[in-house]
Design a protein around this ligand. Structure first.
Ligand SMILES: *[C@@H]1O[C@H](CO)[C@@H](O)[C@H](O)[C@H]1NC(C)=O
Ligand SMILES: *[C@@H]1O[C@H](CO)[C@@H](O)[C@H](O)[C@H]1NC(C)=O
Ligand SMILES: *[C@@H]1O[C@H](CO)[C@@H](O)[C@H](O)[C@H]1NC(C)=O
Length: 549
């Protein structure tokens, strides 16, 4: 009864959504209040961003095709938005919750997201997309379970745990970090690594039973650093990567780059004592690490911080590339639908266009900026998707970023929007001439990671592509002075953010929007702007649709 009363005010919103999505798909309702509050990741108080009082935020449990109705009340003193990492939001980039698609929720106001986890399964997460809020919390896990009767390629585990890992600043709060960037500086090195909001080693533990197998869903929700995840003395069987069931290989540790999610199965097959779960920075100037306790239920031997060691491979880079290449799709396993994941033969489709995207770093007016193909992204006064919908001219220009890197010429500031045709099948090469590992994410899509190698990409590099069983995911790493190539089937109309997952880099311009366009303007391809959409900038006085089909 109370539940119903609480949500019946959402009825108006719901009726619209019901008409937009298939009515038979179930609904899940969330009422979230976003506030500042003290958090204690290192034992001392620090200002964090909480959702319903929690840090990290509550985990979303859903089943493929569920409609998630999430009413987000912003009680911060600044605008706020949440975005859904890896959730494809088919036909509905309005709900993506990034500044190019959605007006920020003003302080004291709320916005109800209506998203459908259509034809997806697996492990994802949500995060706050504006300013530098991600350095303060408001992120959480988002799992999409398979529908009953659609088999998952492994037995039901005895337990299913989420590990949100990430680098962390305890001496700077998110406003300080943003102010540093706004003044043109770089970020300092982070202070710590957290596991589920906790940075004090062995202050948290997970109890398991000998002989049982558990699923661990691990997402790197941090700001910059690649992290290595391992459970001492235990092998991990990889089963899922960002919604794709993988070939089930064993790993003793996994490199997880910013924005990536992995699922592994771990069997508790060791003598009954306590073991450490270790998360450590990779490819970083300094090694920082944190441990958590894996506690066998009959264990009498506990751990101390002295047991924390992060000895890694001698050559991190070779080791990591080799591991990345070994991660492949299980073609015969089913994904979100009963048909096998391999039934779409991506390797046989002709490429209609190749984008080569190369990052650079440099100063513009003595301030640090980052760019893709020489263009450093700056926000417009109006979300791009709304400008597009309402036909507001002068907000952005399609083609304001070239398809290929430009040599020389430095960095130019612009609201970078790249046009692309609905149903095109494109190749994107991420070329990294810098000396750091990078991580790129595309909203609205999964892409096939067909190849990665050291050096400069050329047409000849295509000979080494995996055109059979490459993994399909939404976030890929690009190793230092290396390239990564992906294929994308542009089957989702909308305005989609393509960004560096290094938070300072995306904040200072290493991102763009891919405008996947269909001249047909059919509701089969894209929904109308939501009836409850917040309006801002030059879209402030526009008329939202009153009747939605
Ligand atoms: C804000 O929340 C109220 C209920 O608390 C709801 O009726 C309203 O539709 C929400 N506003 C938006 C824009 O979603
Ligand atoms: C792939 O999935 C099938 C079907 O669930 C399973 O039987 C098989 O063991 C998996 N193969 C590998 C190599 O993981
Ligand atoms: C791809 O292009 C080749 C040569 O242009 C053509 O023969 C082939 O039919 C095309 N394949 C598909 C799937 O369109």
């Amino acid at each position: 009864m109370g539940w119903w009363l609480k949500y019946c005010s959402l009825w108006t919103v719901m009726t619209i959504i019901v008409s937009l999505v298939q009515a038979e798909d179930p609904y899940r309702f969330f009422d979230w209040r976003v506030t500042y509050g003290n958090i204690y990741p290192l034992g001392i108080p620090q200002r964090g961003i909480l959702i319903n009082g929690q840090f990290p935020g509550p985990e979303i449990y859903s089943v493929t095709n569920d409609n998630l109705i999430i009413n987000v009340h912003n009680d911060l003193d600044e605008p706020f938005l949440l975005s859904w990492n890896g959730v494809q939001l088919r036909k509905n980039s309005y709900q993506d919750g990034v500044y190019g698609t959605t007006c920020p929720i003003p302080p004291g106001k709320n916005y109800t997201y209506a998203i459908q986890v259509k034809d997806q399964i697996g492990s994802f997460f949500y995060f706050p997309s504006l300013a530098f809020h991600k350095a303060a919390g408001a992120f959480g896990g988002l799992r999409v379970l398979s529908r009953p009767r659609i088999p998952v390629p492994f037995p039901e585990p005895a337990g299913d745990f989420t590990f949100l890992i990430g680098d962390w600043y305890s001496h700077h709060d998110h406003k300080n970090l943003k102010a540093l960037l706004d003044r043109g500086h770089r970020l300092p090195f982070p202070d710590k690594v957290l596991i589920n909001g906790n940075g004090v080693s062995f202050s948290s533990s997970l109890t398991v039973h000998k002989g049982k197998t558990y699923r661990f869903r691990i997402s790197n929700v941090g700001l910059q650093h690649s992290l290595n995840f391992k459970i001492v003395d235990h092998q991990m069987k990889l089963v899922e990567v960002e919604g794709t069931h993988t070939i089930q290989s064993m790993y003793s540790s996994l490199d997880i780059h910013v924005g990536q999610s992995y699922s592994v199965l771990v069997t508790m097959d060791q003598p009954e004592k306590d073991y450490s779960i270790v998360v450590a920075t990779r490819f970083a100037a300094k090694k920082i690490l944190v441990g958590s306790t894996l506690h066998y239920s009959n264990s009498r031997q506990s751990l101390s911080s002295a047991s924390l060691s992060a000895r890694g491979p001698a050559d991190e880079l070779d080791w990591s590339i080799k591991q990345a290449r070994s991660i492949r799709t299980n073609l015969t396993a089913s994904g979100p639908r009963p048909n096998p994941q391999g039934s779409y033969h991506y390797g046989l489709i002709n490429i209609s266009r190749t984008l080569v995207l190369e990052s650079s770093a440099g100063l513009v007016k003595r301030k640090q900026r980052y760019a893709i193909n020489g263009v450093s992204f700056v926000h417009s006064d109006t979300p791009l998707k709304l400008a597009d919908y309402f036909n507001i001219r002068g907000v952005f220009k399609v083609g304001s970023i070239p398809d290929q890197p430009r040599r020389g010429g430095g960095i130019r500031l612009d609201t970078a929007v790249m046009g692309a045709n609905h149903r095109a099948f494109i190749e994107i090469v991420f070329q990294n001439r810098e000396k750091i590992v990078q991580s790129y994410h595309l909203d609205g899509y999964s892409f096939w990671v067909v190849g990665m190698d050291r050096g400069t990409w050329s047409h000849a590099s295509r000979r080494e592509y995996n055109l059979m069983d490459a993994v399909s995911r939404s976030t890929t790493q690009v190793y230092p002075e290396s390239w990564t190539a992906v294929y994308v089937a542009l089957d989702n109309v909308g305005m989609w953010n393509l960004r560096s997952e290094f938070w300072a880099r995306q904040y200072l311009g290493q991102q763009l929007y891919l405008r996947v366009y269909s001249s047909v303007h059919s509701l089969r391809d894209e929904y109308l702007v939501p009836k409850n959409a917040l309006l801002c900038g030059r879209a402030s006085n526009m008329q939202r649709p009153i009747i939605t089909p």
